[in-house]
Design a protein around this ligand. Structure first.
Ligand code: ASP
Length: 415
């Protein structure tokens, strides 16, 4: 049995962890309330298994992003190329997100997730409100005052800016920086080794995380909201397979099935952690080792995408807008719908890649068209279930963008 398990691929092992975790979680939920259930299983065993893995992988995010991006930017040695990749990536991210919102609004309009809702059956949770930040501020705050503080706080955009500057500086110095170039290459190998080590326990971690979630979900809360949850998942499915599938087919030479299969471990981790940021090391590892995509591209597109590109989140926001409008009997006018496309696309830039961030950002979208903020409270109780799916789409969008850009830049060594 042990030998058999050892022979399985990491993809199969992680999927097994996910599946078993979900089953065990649902069974745990059925158990009568007791110290054994809560303190031993949920807060003990499952939390421990999940947290050891989660913390292990999050521990690597900041050093990985910094080191690999310094490496990538310095080896590119071409500021024009860097600028071109930057522009294309931003264009790709913004347009796929806008498309995601449009898909969501169309579904929200036709499927009417908020109609016929039994308000009595819903547990209303007090929503957290996002204060919103002016766009100029978002832009200038990308430059860190203090790079060490940026790293300590895990401020991804600030780390990206600093790492690119260090990398470009090194490449301008040329020979003079050869020691640093070698050092960063070495550090890069080291950090990828550490990712591999942490990934050894990924199946157990995924098991613990999903078992914990599934044993605490309020299943009763799902039933009245099933139409909302279903509509979001239909939107996520369209984005995942139709939009990304078409992009892969038209702009890359990747076989779509192989691409999705190879990327499954990253998707499983996104699904179980509901955090794009935590998935960065795994995504980069797979894109490099399994798909042969140059780190030069992925070191930039993946951390950036995990921070600003949230297509799954945008889908949830678009559908939530219609849901809330329908619940409160508000008819959305065309200008309102266009405002949602704009605010949800821009809002996704400001959404952090951590669990629940998208729902906090939703308050900004809701406020922009004057819908009642309490509406968000209606969907908060089941948000984690939706978050798992949308995070999976969020990180797949980043990977597809990476594949498209790498294909254009000739940055793929076919494996
Ligand atoms: N959890 C999502 C992510 O990390 C963000 C969200 O809440 O929508 O990508």
């Amino acid at each position: 049995m042990r030998e058999k398990l050892r022979g399985l691929s990491i993809t199969t092992k992680v999927l097994l962890g996910l599946l078993l975790g979900a089953i065990v979680g649902v069974i745990t939920y059925q158990l009568p309330e007791s110290g054994f259930k809560q303190a031993f299983l949920i807060d003990g065993v499952y939390t421990f298994m999940g947290q050891v893995f989660l913390r292990g992988i999050i521990m690597l995010v900041v050093p990985l992003v910094f080191i690999s991006l310094v490496n990538g930017a310095s080896s590119m040695g071409d500021i024009q190329k860097l600028g071109r990749i930057g522009m294309r990536t931003m264009l790709f991210y913004l347009s796929t997100t806008a498309l995601a919102v449009i898909i969501a609004l169309t579904l929200g309009y036709f499927l009417k997730p908020g109609q016929g809702l039994d308000l009595q059956a819903i547990e209303i949770v007090e929503p957290t409100i996002n204060e919103g930040m002016p766009l100029v501020q978002i832009l200038y705050e990308m430059i860190p005052r203090n790079p060490i503080q940026a790293m300590a706080e895990g401020n991804m955009l600030q780390i990206i800016i600093f790492a690119i500057m260090v990398g470009v500086g090194m490449s301008l110095l040329g020979e003079k920086a050869s020691f640093l170039t070698k050092l960063f290459e070495s550090l890069n190998d080291l950090i990828m080794k550490l990712v591999e080590i942490v990934m050894l326990i990924a199946p157990i971690g995924v098991f613990g995380l999903i078992a914990g979630t599934m044993s605490t979900v309020g299943y009763k809360a799902i039933i009245p909201l099933i139409k909302y949850i279903g509509t979001v998942y239909i939107g996520l499915g369209i984005q995942m397979f139709l939009v990304y599938g078409t992009l892969l087919k038209v702009f890359t030479k990747f076989d779509r099935k192989t691409f999705y299969r190879k990327f499954t471990p990253a998707m499983s981790i996104a699904f179980s952690t509901a955090s794009s940021a935590a998935t960065v090391p795994v995504s980069m590892d797979i894109l490099e080792k399994e798909m042969g995509i140059d780190k030069e591209v992925s070191a930039f597109t993946i951390p950036l995408g995990a921070t600003i590109n949230m297509d799954g989140t945008a889908i949830m926001q678009g559908i939530a807008v219609f849901f809330i409008a329908q619940v409160y009997g508000v008819t959305l006018t065309l200008p309102m719908v266009l405002t949602v496309v704009l605010t949800a696309t821009l809002g996704s830039i400001g959404t952090a890649g951590v669990p629940g961030a998208g729902t906090i950002m939703l308050s900004m979208v809701i406020q922009s068209i004057g819908l009642p903020l309490e509406g968000i409270g209606l969907i908060m109780g089941i948000d984690r279930l939706v978050d798992m799916g949308r995070t999976t789409v969020n990180i797949t969008g980043d990977a597809v963008c990476t594949a498209v850009i790498a294909e254009r830049e000739g940055g793929i060594n076919r494996i």
